[in-house]
Design a protein around this ligand. Structure first.
Ligand SMILES: [Zn+2]
Length: 465
């Protein structure tokens, strides 16, 4: 369970406890207030474990809660602090709060790096002063990390504490950032083309292209100068080249006795690249330099769309393909690679589809689920589920097809978009594509920077995309 989910559950738990307990809290507070011998400052102290069982007014034992209008809205448990937000307590472990301090002493404003280690936080860290005004929480610590002066004040906004986002990319996520599933008709309508000139020199146009790449997983660059160097130039506008044993850039041409089926003139069915690597490349570029042979059209399909359809129509098959791994291998004289992964790779917590892994030409034999002999019924179910997926992928209505012309480059998400190529006649004419890969990390970073720097261009507009 990740922390987001855990904290959500804790909040739900705390909320229900609070409803039951609020009456006794109010009664205690009233009783204490009427006693003349109750000194201030006051400490609201929890007496039972796990949830705020009872808030008592106690004499201070070192924790000063800044008297504000909202002083009843913050209190301490043994290792946690509770904030009352809209009558619901938010439970915040003190060590978590200390760790999350973003003050300039804890996070260097220039390097943006932490200046302390999580392991430095004292096990029983506790505050000596707390202030919560409903918008901002401030804490001074009684036993801070060694080396911190007594001036050190940790401050967090209420919004951050209420809705912490632990993944930087999620912080920047907006509803119209997610994948827009497509089939042939939608891609015919929305296909995004950007000129090389605009892609390279116009930040606005580049941002629109990146937004389309993020949502559709597939874009095209046109009017590219006739040069083998250009694929690198296009790739590095997004991020550093991903090197593989094919080279930092590579050529797809017909060669005799090719080791890889992509280098021949036979039909090459839908697949993704380098599934046998530990981290398959996130994005692929193919710059067309020559394409005068007859045939050789490129085909693209949205595997997320096919996955979604399977999830709706055949949830058990969807589940099977998300749980059972297929093996992928590349086994030649000088390079030996192997990895196994499920066709549908899901987020372990949210169960959202993260990647599709699909590359029939590089599959090895089906790994058995428990390392023992294969069960006949299981294998037959698996084959049937794969066939169902393949049928969806191969369907004409799901396929976007074009013949890449010299001077165009396709960029696509290799963890989502399947690509294929029709057979071509190599006896007449020539066919030459220059390829490159850029990692997912680099593109996530590029998307985030584009969005931050050109929010107006990042806004999704189906009409102009
Ligand atoms: Zn700090």
């Amino acid at each position: 369970m990740n922390f987001t989910r855990a904290s959500r559950l804790l909040r739900q738990k705390s909320t229900s406890s609070y409803r039951v307990l609020s009456y006794s809290v109010a009664r205690n507070f009233a009783a204490a207030a009427s006693r003349a011998d109750v000194p201030r400052p006051l400490l609201y102290k929890r007496t039972k474990s796990q949830v705020p069982a009872r808030r008592e007014l106690c004499t201070s034992d070192g924790v000063f809660i800044e008297p504000t209008e909202n002083k009843e809205n913050v209190w301490l448990g043994s290792g946690e602090l509770y904030l009352l937000d809209n009558k619901k307590p938010i439970k915040l472990p003190l060590a978590y709060l200390r760790d999350a301090c973003l003050c300039p002493l804890c996070k260097d404003p220039h390097s943006k790096q932490r200046t302390f280690r999580t392991g430095d936080i004292p096990q029983n860290i506790r505050p000596r002063w707390i202030k919560w005004d409903g918008k901002e929480l401030s804490i001074k610590w009684a036993n801070d990390i060694p080396g911190y002066s007594t001036d050190h004040t940790s401050v967090w906004t209420g919004d951050y504490l209420k809705r912490p986002i632990f993944n930087t990319h999620e912080r920047a996520h907006s509803p119209d950032d997610g994948p827009l599933l497509w089939g042939q008709s939608r891609m015919n309508r929305l296909q995004h083309w950007v000129s090389f000139e605009d892609y390279v020199n116009d930040d606005h146009a580049f941002t629109v292209a990146m937004k389309n790449l993020k949502r559709m997983g597939l874009i095209f660059v046109k009017d590219i100068p006739e040069s083998r160097e250009m694929v690198e130039k296009i790739a590095t506008r997004m991020g550093p080249l991903r090197n593989t044993f094919y080279g930092s850039t590579f050529d797809v041409r017909t060669v005799p006795q090719a080791k890889n089926v992509a280098y021949t003139n036979q039909f090459l069915g839908f697949h993704m690249d380098l599934m046998y690597m530990n981290e398959p490349p996130g994005y692929q570029l193919l710059h067309c330099l020559e394409n005068s042979c007859s045939g050789g059209e490129s085909l693209f399909g949205d595997s997320f769309s096919a996955a979604h359809a399977m999830k709706m129509e055949a949830p058990q098959m969807y589940q099977l393909l998300s749980e059972h791994c297929l093996g992928y291998e590349y086994n030649h004289e000088s390079h030996v690679y192997y990895n196994k992964r499920p066709i549908f790779e899901l987020d372990p917590v949210t169960k959202e589809l993260l990647h599709v892994n699909y590359s029939p030409p590089f599959q090895s034999s089906i790994p058995s689920p428990d390392g023992r002999d294969h069960d006949v019924r299981f294998v037959s179910k698996l084959v049937h589920a794969i066939k169902t997926f393949t049928t969806k992928i191969d369907s004409t209505s799901a396929t976007f097809e074009l013949k890449l012309a010299p001077g165009t480059c396709v960029i696509f998400d290799n963890r989502r978009i399947v690509h294929a190529r029709r057979q071509f006649n190599a006896s007449k004419g020539s066919r030459w594509l220059a390829g490159a890969y850029v990692d997912t990390d680099a593109l996530l970073s590029r998307f985030a920077v584009c969005k931050r720097q050109h929010p107006e261009a990042w806004r999704w507009n189906e009409a102009t995309s």
